[in-house]
Each structure stands twice: as structure tokens, then as C-alpha cells.
Ligand binder design. Sequence first.
Ligand code: AP5
Length: 213
Amino acid sequence: MIIVLLGPPGSGKGTQAKRLISEVKWPQLSTGDMLRSAIGAGSQLGKEAKSFMDRGALVPDSVVVQLIADRTRNEDCRAGFVLDGFPRTLPQAEALDQMLATRGRGIDHAVLFDVPDADLLERLTGRRTCAKCGAMYHLQAAQPKKQGICDQCGSALIQREDDRAEVIKKRLEVYHAQTSPLIEYYKKQEKLKTVNATQAPDLVFQAFKKILY
Ligand code: AP5
């Protein structure tokens, strides 16, 4: 199964993708995580991506399309994969459809995690992530047992550079201008499913799974 996760920054795409892949064999392909790894590794790609990400802008389509084209050739994607944060523009969605068609495949569902903008600022400014294993926390809603330390691997929790209020505002603008047209795109293909993602994470996950199996 090939699943696209759609939704504004902070809507819970990463949270729900992680829950899903703990139950199924498909990998989570997060372009945001891939780009942050490239930044961490100090590669040329990382240097270029950082200048866009730090100001809340999208990295050029050609860069992310190539990342996904390469990554989905891996053996672990044969049975399916979960796209988290890709596609994010109409050209990316069209490139994905074309790429999958040449491989005799296609996406099964585009799942929209629906949350109003008013809820997102608090979610994102409060988010903390493990620098080592990527586990996710929230200062109020999902606290680690020991402040600032990951429950799973004991490493330090960090705040993402783009989770500052002024950058979040820009990311939301970018989402509405460049990514939200994908809702109509997948509606026309009859692949769009919407989940009320204002509910608690467990309830969101139940609704998400009902769509899939
Ligand atoms: P990316 O890393 O993809 O960020 P994003 O889409 O902005 O999404 P987030 O990771 O911020 O949020 P999420 O929906 O995954 O929510 P999460 O589960 O973490 O992209 C970052 C940047 O990379 C982009 O700005 C761009 O520059 C670049 N980029 C990436 N992909 C690209 C592409 N395809 N094209 C071009 N550029 C690209 O949850 C957030 C918080 O809320 C957490 O603290 C969590 O604990 C909490 N939470 C989750 N669910 C709930 C709930 N139900 N109730 C209460 N709190 C909740």
C-alpha cells in the first residue's frame, strides 16, 4: 500500500506515521527528516536545503522529487510506503504519479489530517524531538519522564530551528498557498480521506487505521 499523508505543519503526520509503521512493514518516508539528516551530515544538499527550511520556505521540487525517486527504489519499499510531507506542491504530486505509473504502481490513499491553524502554533512551539532516535514529545501534551531527556534512548531533546513562532507563521502561509491545492487534486482522483486530527493522538490513530484496514 502507498499512502500519502497530507496536512499542515503540526497536524500530526509524523506522529501518526510512526504509530503506523510500528504495526506494519512499510517504511515512513519523511522528506523533512531526510533533509534534516542531510543538514546534520553537512552535505551540499543539506547546505542548500537549510537556507530554505530555516525561513519556512519549500526546498525546490526537483530536489525532493529526486530524493523520493531514489529512496523508493529500495527493497524495503516493495510492499508499500508511507509518504510523510511529500508531495507538497502540485508539480511534486504530478511527478509522483508519473514516477509510480512508470513502475506500474500508484498511491492508494491520500489522508488529510485536518486541524485548524489556531491549534498548530501551540503544538509546534511545544514540540521537542530526540536528536538521536527522532522520538517526539510535547512540553505539555506528551512530556518525557525526565525533562529534556528521551525516554527511549536517553539522548537530549532539541527544538527544531523552524519551530520558532515567526517561522511557523511562514510555514502555514506556504502550506495554504502551495500544499492545500493537493486536497482538490486527490479529491478528483477519489483518493482523499479526511481525519479529524484535533482529537487525542489515540483517537486520531483509530480513525486513520479505519481508512487503511
Ligand atoms: P517537515 O519536517 O515535513 O515539517 P511539516 O510538514 O511542517 O510537519 P511537522 O513535522 O512540523 O508536523 P507534523 O504534521 O509531522 O506533526 P507532528 O506529528 O510532528 O518539513 C520541514 C521543512 O522541510 C519544510 O518547511 C520545508 O522547508 C522542507 N520540506 C520537507 N518536505 C518538503 C517537500 N516535499 N518539498 C519541499 N520542501 C520540503 O506533531 C507536532 C506536535 O504536535 C508534536 O509535539 C506532537 O507531539 C503534537 N501532536 C501530534 N498529534 C497531536 C494530537 N492529536 N493532539 C495534540 N498534540 C499532538
